[in-house]
Design a binder for this molecule. Structure first.
Ligand code: G3H
Ligand code: 13P
Ligand code: ZN
Length: 315
């Protein structure tokens, strides 16, 4: 059952975080639904502009609608990840999305507010909620690359004015993370002080954490042992920081890179061990199960595992 993102946030706020998983194809979709049913978790499917253009946005919608029929007990929201203004309007008008993200964080403060306000007005007229970003994460977001020198943490005082004037429903905040596999060096961790300050100054506002993959070292090592060339110093967010962040108001946790690592590990190992194989279905089946197990594990760490019935009762 597709629900609104707001319905999930109402139950989750300061108790657990909903996993927001990027999907691009049917194998990921199958693994995602299986993993969430396995762990009895509500979840958010998010589609980036790149995912919508990988085949065709209609193909993704059809896959998700089919999965909804195959897994009638699933409760989830459908969200546009890192949208520009035109893509937000396309999603709002489609009637398929629960929420959209307008990412104008690379614009000036005033321009970010103006763009977000326009999207909020269009979205709210259709009962759709809007995630907006303030502050800038390092790494690659869609077509925009932000180098670490230009990344900047969200200013909690600015967040008050931003939320008030833009009317956004959730806030993607820069709290020390970045997109991709190379987030942290050494012993860096989340900026809990910034999360806490935002949640004190904008009480009740769901905070969204982008760049939340943990980049498990074992996964990187297995990929490299099977022919990959990932930087072995790659580090992400420690999984045991998800729940403390959730208790402070981080209600949506975006995970994409870790799922890509699962795909890469499964396929590299499969074809390393079976070099004469060329049927893609056997590794595809292994991937779907591995992805389901990965999702169930993440949901445990996010505290969303076991929350499916609580959410159902709240609807
Ligand atoms: O933040 C970006 C997400 O990981 C989506 O990545 O734009 O390559 O689909 P993508
Ligand atoms: P990761 O690159 O850490 O998986 O972040 C994904 C994300 O923020 C999608 O919006
Ligand atoms: Zn992101």
């Amino acid at each position: 059952m597709i629900v609104t993102t707001a319905q999930l946030y109402k139950v989750a706020y300061k108790k657990f975080a909903a996993g927001a998983y990027n999907i691009n194809n049917l194998e990921q979709t199958m693994g995602l639904f299986r993993g969430c049913i396995q762990s009895k978790a509500p979840f958010i499917i998010q589609l980036s502009k790149g995912a919508r253009n990988y085949t065709d946005k209609r193909m993704l919608e059809a896959i998700i609608r089919t999965a909804e029929q195959m897994f009638p007990e699933a409760i989830f929201a459908v969200h546009l990840d890192h949208g520009d203004e035109a893509t937000c309007y396309d999603c709002i008008d489609s009637g398929f999305y629960s929420s959209v993200m307008i990412d104008a964080s690379h614009e000036s403060f005033e321009e970010n507010i103006a763009i977000t306000r326009r999207v909020v007005d269009r979205a709210h007229a259709e009962g759709i909620s809007v995630e907006a970003e303030l502050g800038m994460l390092g790494g690659v977001e869609e077509d925009i690359k932000v180098d670490e020198g230009h990344a900047c943490l969200t200013n909690p005082d600015e967040a008050v004015e931003f939320v008030e004037r833009s009317g956004c429903d959730s806030l993607a905040a820069a709290i020390g993370t970045s997109h991709g596999a190379y987030k942290f060096k050494g012993q860096q961790s989340l900026r809990f002080d910034v999360i806490e300050a935002i949640s004190q100054k904008v009480p009740g506002m769901p905070i969204v954490m982008h760049g939340s993959s943990s980049v498990p070292i074992e996964e990187v090592q297995r990929i490299n042992a099977a022919g990959g060339k990932l930087d072995p110093s790659a580090r992400g967010v420690a999984e045991n920081e998800y729940l403390p962040a959730a208790k402070l108001g981080v209600t949506k946790v975006n995970i994409d890179t870790d799922g890509r690592l699962v795909w890469t590990r499964v396929h590299r190992e499969f074809f390393r061990d079976k070099p004469a194989e060329f049927d893609f279905r056997p590794p595809g089946k292994i991937f779907m199960q591995a992805y389901a197990d990965f999702i169930a594990h993440k949901n445990e760490k996010l505290g969303s595992a076991g929350q499916l019935e609580t959410v159902r009762e709240s609807l």
